[in-house]
Design a protein around this ligand. Structure first.
Ligand code: SIN
Length: 506
């Protein structure tokens, strides 16, 4: 039986932003202070942005942006939208200035990471750049009188025709309709659907499915980036050992202490994340990160949060030896199809950061381009939103909502995702996973949690379909039964039609 829940309304906002990471903050802090903004999230201090261990890729002078553009295209196997990549890399110097003006203190030397031709990575606080940046942004947001931050869970988006009119959220057990002329989804990715993930547990794609249900298009769902060096000392979320450690000289070894990556790629430890993850997946037995070549002093100075994460779980990488690692779902490349200003095909609805499929990452994301995307496209979305007319249609919304309290368990969904949508996929396993998903039994649950799990199941079904339809191997999508094909298409999902392959603009 459905739970029938009363809905109250709040009408005082111009913009609702769902999320609390760098994309959400970049929108909020770039909008005029005359606009009233509601920022809602389930946890305002534990987002993927807060946890980001890499840095922010940005050339300090505009004459160098072509090299950053080229590296981004190469990492993305050239399935990227070139114009969007140009917007990303040319917006990068200004994005860094924006952060510096807000008070972020970057380290004086730029660093180089895998896939980058030059040293263009900005770091703050060593391997805790995300946290350093988010502390500054969070403080600015808290001091902004036009921004109201609330702990709440997105239940659904509300539209009138093809125009967004607000967001229905659960706040302390009550349903509240936040009416607004613009709604920004900055809800992060869906990597929490895998048992092994580096993102916060709440990242299960709720924002993506909410957008899909009101008519937005989802794309590139088959592309999920796995990070090879998730620290396997605890259950998920697994702490991340930044790939800069490999750049600084760390080795990946097997249980015998033997380096094995060169057998699959001459770049060894410096090969891209997808290649390293695949080599580890195919190698027998466990893998370990050996940081001996970096040495204790340099490690403590440059990688304090790696050291802290190991010690928290009782492992000293020098006293106890190499640290167990395994690939984990790290970043969703697919998501809500979004344009140059984060706009979707629903008027007034924007998607920014990891929940968006802006086309900047192609088939695989270049390291340290994710915080950058949130920043650049967050600021671009704000510029668009501020010019939207304030006139609103009067929306009539029912005073109650019926929510089904039934959904399969999260563990059951993840077990299917792990098998069907791992580092390497094939047709028979994808087919079996789809059948297993359809056969899942729903258990009685809290209606709000159940509504998230129903979304998760829907997203997994679409992702399995996308991975089935893309029969070649490219970027982060590896098929052990790959065919040779022209990969230059995007698989799109929209409620109004069956999944379709759309030719990409190059
Ligand atoms: C890392 O430092 O390895 C992660 C950074 C990123 O995902 O860009």
């Amino acid at each position: 039986m459905n739970a029938v829940i009363p809905v109250s309304e709040e009408t005082g906002f111009d913009v609702v932003i769902v999320g609390a990471g760098i994309g959400a903050h970049s929108v909020a802090l770039s909008l005029p202070s005359t606009l009233r903004i509601a920022m809602i999230s389930q946890d305002a201090v534990q987002t993927s942005s807060h946890w980001a261990k890499g840095g922010i890729a940005a050339e300090s002078c505009l004459s160098e942006i072509d090299a950053h553009l080229e590296d981004t295209l190469a990492a993305g196997a050239r399935l990227n939208d070139r114009d969007q990549v140009h917007r990303l890399v040319s917006g990068a110097p200004e994005a860094i200035r924006f952060l510096v003006e807000l008070g972020v203190v970057f380290e004086p030397t730029l660093e180089r990471e895998g896939g980058h031709q030059s040293a263009r990575i900005w770091h703050a606080d060593g391997d805790a750049t995300g946290l350093a940046v988010m502390r500054v942004l969070g403080a600015r947001r808290a001091a902004s009188l036009n921004i109201t931050s609330t702990t709440a869970r997105l239940v659904q988006l509300v539209t009138d025709g093809d125009c967004v009119q607000g967001a229905l959220v659960e706040q302390q057990g009550s349903l509240v309709l936040l009416k607004a002329r613009s709604v920004v989804l900055a809800t992060g990715g869906a990597t929490g659907l895998w048992s092994d993930h580096t993102s916060p547990d709440g990242n299960i794609g709720t924002g993506m499915v909410a957008a899909y249900r009101v008519g937005a298009t989802l794309g590139d769902l088959e592309f999920t980036q796995f990070h090879p060096t998730a620290i396997a000392l605890t259950g998920s979320p697994l702490p991340l050992a930044t790939e800069a450690l490999r750049g600084a000289g760390a080795w990946i070894v097997d249980a015998e202490g033997k380096r094995f990556l060169f057998a699959s790629d001459p770049a060894g430890e410096l090969a891209t994340r997808d290649k390293v993850s695949l080599a580890m997946h195919r190698h027998q037995g466990m893998s370990f990160l050996d940081v001996e070549p970096i040495g204790p002093a340099a490690l403590a100075k440059r990688f304090p949060s790696f050291l802290e994460a190991c010690r928290r779980y009782g492992h000293d990488p020098f006293a106890n030896g190499p640290v167990p690692i395994r690939p984990a779902a790290h970043y969703s490349i697919g998501g809500i199809v979004a344009g140059p200003h984060g706009e979707t095909n629903i008027q007034g609805l924007y998607a920014v950061g990891e929940c968006a499929n802006s086309g900047v990452h192609g088939a695989n994301r270049l390291a340290s381009n994710s915080l950058l995307e949130g920043l650049v496209f967050g600021r671009r979305a704000a510029a668009h939103i501020k010019d939207r007319p304030t006139l609103r249609q009067r929306l009539r919304y029912p005073s109650t909502l019926a929510l089904s309290p039934r959904a399969p368990s999260r563990a059951a969904i993840s077990a299917i995702v792990d098998v069907g949508l791992g580092v390497e996929r094939d047709h028979p396993t994808l087919q079996r996973s789809q059948a297993a998903l359809e056969a899942l039994v729903s258990n009685e649950m809290n209606p709000y949690f159940a509504s998230e799990l129903q979304s998760a199941r829907e997203l997994v079904a679409m992702t399995i379909q996308a991975a089935t339809l893309r029969r070649g191997t490219i970027g982060s999508h590896t098929r052990s039964d790959a065919i040779t094909e022209n990969p230059n298409y995007r698989i799109e999902f929209n409620q109004s039609q069956p999944p379709r392959r759309v030719e990409r603009q190059s």
